[in-house]
Design a protein around this ligand. Structure first.
Ligand code: PMP
Length: 355
């Protein structure tokens, strides 16, 4: 702390991202990256920008990317917002759409960035407990609120809320914004984007970090009514005059255009998820049904913190949250087949050795 800090900075509690280890020989299954890498068409598009165009400013409206997203989802470019990772898109949504004096509602457990944004922008919130099966119960959200946000599939549980339940939530909640954070939707859910034309208070966010394997590029997006998008644009343009750099606009647009590559890579992840889930069950884990590119699981006998530490000794890193209710779970990203095998081999050794 320093005397030069404003009182506001003194009280901020920032988000701590998952570890990005310096060692490269680790099997890294801790931050839900996609092992298959981005589309070759995305890489070629980025290379063209690097070779020919970096002396030029980017398009201030990111039109090429908005058009690619709009074409993919059958919406208008005016219904699309793009930003530096969905974290930035979410930050602008919190600032511009959730400041209404009434509490924002989100599930307990969900993405741990939500309370951080509330702290940053002074937004009151109520964390609404998930049910016994770690599911969102829509009826619990029928109370006065300044907005509702939840990840779908939820993180870190991986559990999916069906589209008809989301629609029930929207029908019961017409006076505040409902934000569905679809960071992991491509691994097993149906996007709520099909509902945005009917519900002007629905905002759907997505990321290119997971299913499109571009976490390092930092591109996220939101789709919703043009009035909601305009609010995000106003805020973003007050911080920064360009939505994304040229490389990101070109790479992300090409990633949306390359549908075949996208389908193949997400299917590979889904197939591996199912086989890793079964193998974990055979090793004595309870595995929550996952619609994401990770698995949330607890062992019937072994302590989760000890399992995570034991895995690390075997060179495998997974995520353990020291948080009430979920501190006996591990969140394990689905990797490439050889990474999944390394995880299972290490776990087999750990759970079969004496405690
Ligand atoms: N939402 C959820 C639920 C997430 O788990 C993540 C990834 N940490 C994000 C949003 C942000 O992803 P990104 O900023 O990489 O788009």
């Amino acid at each position: 702390m320093s005397k030069f800090w404003s009182p506001f900075v003194k009280d901020l509690v920032p988000y701590v991202p998952g570890e990005q280890p310096k060692l490269t020989n680790l099997v890294k299954l801790n931050t839900n990256e996609n092992p298959y890498g981005p589309s070759p068409r995305a890489i070629a598009a980025m290379q063209t920008e690097l070779n020919d165009n970096l002396r030029l400013y980017p398009d201030p409206n990111g039109e090429r990317l908005k058009r690619a997203v709009a074409d993919y989802y059958g919406v208008q470019p005016a219904q699309v917002f793009v930003g530096n990772g969905s974290d930035e898109v979410l930050a602008h949504a919190f600032y511009g759409l959730f400041q209404h004096g009434k509490p924002l509602l989100f599930p307990d457990v969900s993405y741990s960035f939500y309370p951080v944004y509330c702290g940053l922008y002074g937004i009151a919130y109520e964390a609404v407990a998930l049910d016994e099966q770690f599911q969102i119960n829509v009826a619990d959200y029928a109370r006065p609120n300044g907005g509702i946000i939840f990840p779908n599939p939820n993180a870190p549980t991986g559990r999916l809320l069906a589209l008809d339940a989301i629609e029930r939530l929207l029908q019961a909640n017409t006076d505040s914004v409902v934000l569905v954070d679809e960071a992991y939707i491509d691994f097993g859910g149906t996007t709520a984007i099909s509902l945005v034309d009917r519900y002007p208070n629905l905002l759907v966010t997505q990321t290119l970090s997971k299913s499109r394997s571009l976490a390092g590029l930092r591109v996220g997006l939101a789709v919703g009514h043009p009035d909601l998008i305009e609010a995000l644009e106003r805020i973003k343009n007050s911080f920064n005059s360009y939505p994304l750099d040229r490389v990101a606009i070109a790479g992300a647009a090409a990633a949306f255009e390359d549908r075949d590559y996208f389908e193949r890579s997400r299917q590979q992840v889904i197939v591996s998820r199912e086989s890793v889930s079964s193998a974990l069950q055979e090793l004595g884990f309870e595995v929550l049904p996952s619609a994401a590119n990770f698995i949330f699981a607890r062992h019937s006998q072994r302590d989760a913190a000890e399992l995570a530490a034991g895995l690390r000794e075997h060179g495998v890193i997974v995520r353990h949250f020291k948080q009430p209710r979920i501190d006996q779970f591990l969140r394990i990203t689905i990797g490439a087949p050889e990474q999944n095998q390394a995880l299972l081999d290490a776990l087999r050794g750990i759970v079969s050795s004496p405690e």
